[in-house]
Design a protein around this ligand. Structure first.
Ligand code: FES
Length: 130
């Protein structure tokens, strides 16, 4: 186990998220009611940065296709939403492209997020990088 300091408590206010990096590891820190959780900051669907999404309670919603993950467990709790391109019905080539894109994206599996142990020392947030 190797815990490393990745942020200060005041950088992650209650109800907020923060992206941090340690080496090649991208981590999403989340403050839920004063408790800090750490999960991968890469969506288990197609790698979008989850810290650019929205947080609702313990759920982070991916900014790209709206997959949802529980930040306390890393579990995928809602599959991606594959929406059509606005105005595609008026442009045949765009509709064809949208249909092809949907065929490519639909079978992509959405994985649970890796989680990281968190330790608080004073004002410092430490994460166990595996
Ligand atoms: S990349 Fe996150 S839902 Fe598709």
């Amino acid at each position: 186990m190797s815990f490393v300091e990745v942020a200060k408590m005041d950088e992650v206010p209650e109800g907020s998220m923060k992206h941090v990096e340690e080496g090649d590891t991208e981590i999403l820190l989340v403050n839920v009611e004063g408790k800090i959780y750490a999960v991968s900051d890469r969506c288990g669907h197609m790698n979008a940065r989850l810290s650019m999404g929205r947080l609702q309670g313990t759920t982070v919603i991916c900014p790209l296709h709206a997959s949802q993950f529980d930040v306390t467990t890393g579990k995928n709790i809602k599959e991606p939403v594959l929406t059509s391109i606005p105005g595609e019905e008026k442009v045949p080539a765009l509709k064809k492209y949208s249909e092809r894109l949907e065929k490519i994206i639909a079978p992509v599996k959405t994985y649970d997020l890796p989680t990281f142990q968190v330790k608080i020392e004073g004002e410092n947030i430490l994460v166990n990088i595996h």
